[in-house]
Design a protein around this ligand. Sequence first.
Ligand code: HEC
Length: 160
Amino acid sequence: MGAALLFLSGLFLSGCQVSAPGSFETRLIEGAKRRITVGGRNDVNPLAATEENIHAGRRNFTSYCMVCHGLDGENTGVPFADKMSPPVPPLNSPAVQAYSDGQLHWIIQNGISPSGMPAAKDIFHDEEIWQLVLYIRHLPPKRSLGEPQVYRGEPVQGVR
Ligand code: HEC
């Protein structure tokens, strides 16, 4: 397992250095991530998709994740989203939505190393992470929430 992880991190690192990986290489990395590195595949979200839980997820997303993912999870108004390597994916994309709830929970908890996706386990407790998963499953239409105020030089306001 250690060797496999070492191999994988090498794969990711080399993936980071090339500016435009070919589609085969991209698929290889995507597939490896989905099958091997990302845990939690069979974990089931203990929370119901109530309006309250989705809203709580949105509130925390708006206070933290939006810096890179935009308020809508689709990178709206994030100036560097395409310039990160790998780029920030729209969270409503088929590639992201193909993860199981448990895998999304694992990704938020542990982050994806060595990309720019940080681990949030010291910021949000377990229930909050499951609420974030619910928000990712119920994202609003692109641009419907406007742009993050941080990039417009305005003070940040929370969602009430
Ligand atoms: C500092 C910028 C940054 C922050 C903050 C951030 N992300 Fe990410 N996120 C990224 C990047 C970059 C990727 C692409 C990672 C990759 O493809 O390896 C990503 C990818 C993801 C993915 C998809 C992973 C995949 O394999 O395609 C999910 C889901 C996600 N982020 C959720 C979140 C949530 C929820 C939060 C808040 C708790 C968050 N992110 C905070 C930068 C960030």
